[in-house]
Design a protein around this ligand. Sequence first.
Ligand code: TEU
Length: 546
Amino acid sequence: MIKDESPWYLNAVFYELNVRAFFDANGDGHGDLAGLTTKLDYLQNLGVDAIWLLPIYPSPLLDDGYDIADYYGIHPDYGSLEDFKAFIKEAHRRKMKVITDLVLNHTSDQHHWFQEARQGPDNPYRDYYVWSDDDQKYASARIIFLDTEDSNWSWDERAGRYYWHRFYASQPDLNYDNPDVRREMLEIARFWLELGIDGFRADAVPYLFEREGTNCENLPETHAYLKALRSFMDQNFPGRILLCEANQWPADVREYFGEGDEFHMGFHFPLMPRIYMALRRSDVAPLEWVMEKTPSIPENTQWCIFLRNHDELTLEMVTEADRQWMWEQFAPQPRMRLNLGIRRRLAPLLDNDRRQIELAYSLLFTLPGSPIIYYGDEIGMGDDINLPDRNGVRTPMQWDDSHAAGFSGAPLDALYAPLVSSPGFTPQEINVADQLADPGSLLATVKAMIKLRKSLPALATGEFSWTVTEPEISPNPIAAYYREDDQQKILILQNLSPDRRSFNLKTTTNTTYGLLTGNSKFNQSNGELTVELEPYGYLWFELKPS
Ligand code: TEU
């Protein structure tokens, strides 16, 4: 149950955004911190509690900023540290929290540590990275960026040795066996926490240590270091949070919460693809499966749940057969696929079908965890599968139908990425201004759901339990569940199928089913709730003694 003194992140709505993509204040074609600051009113109005910024450090941008060249600065495209401080101040003034990406596992090869390390075995930075005379060590570690890399080792001509990297070859992994690396990272954390941020989204944490004979993921040494980071934060910056990015099965992610002494929050990767699976199959079974596999987590920790993010929709946490099926269903064109995933946004994935998109949001706001919205998905923005890597889901935010979608005053050919041009998704068709003016827009619905969700703490931390509707059919297209704490009992009914569905639900005597929101019909009488759910329809109720 959420109490007044409960930590804020237990019932918070997060918003993930790319500074480059949000708003360009100086007209150079790249979004910047000053631009983002002018858009804080929009986020406050949407009801967002916390903003997660993708990396804004100086970087050659070969992995869009996850390749960091200097941990202590701001990429000049985005502005300066002064701009960052001003942004934090303005966000806090609006009672919004800010978390930023902390990339622990690797640096850019342009980072001065790596440039020094290459120089020779005696260089003090040599041991900051993981070197080998051959490319055979740690052979059980999988390759993550399968479409671009064929080994986790790359040859460095200057050093005359191989270096280890779990992601792009331009991102050498740091050597966490070196106490200097461990210490440097705490100093980096200190620097940003002193600037006033509220915490970190810690990137790619399963891969910090390497040990022969293992898959080099989730190792005990890695957990020990992450606990040390947590304790450093608790001691020096109490109240600031750590959000874990571990794309792992629930049982493995569970370990990152420790005994409440490691991460405050963790992304629920296995849930995400199963939301799409359940919708496309009109079958609740994938959701039942993942809820059953989801372990309970320590007090004052929380899942972070999401529909999409800045990466490809990862299919690492599904079986091979399900992956093939998901690709056939959601990525019929080869350009839509990337590594083990799908580089498309929410609205195009769901056929730009308003009913399915709304239902996906209904699931996001009622399943256990704090929801994260990916920028642009609140208006149903499209993507551009012709752009390289994952850039197609990182295009400029569509503010209005004026020049450059109201994102920038720069000439169109100076924008960091082209505007979405696919039919149905152009800025003329999808933009914030139109949707703000339209009480029936997706944006209006998402905003209303956020407000409702925040007023119902049982949706954040209450017990979750499935309920049975009658007649029972198999496969079952109805996702029906209760969320309950000692203050509130909420019933959620959702139709995962494109057909209208009628059913009954046995009700408790002396209980009134108060409608919270929904788009379907129901009737309560004689101890039964009779429901007719529209195609992809949903109803949320609060149960009250009558
Ligand atoms: O992703 C790391 C990661 O662990 C994967 O889950 C990744 O999300 C998946 O394979 C899809 O790419 C993080 C960032 O989110 C990603 O943008 C970076 O490219 C990556 O780290 C390397 O820094």
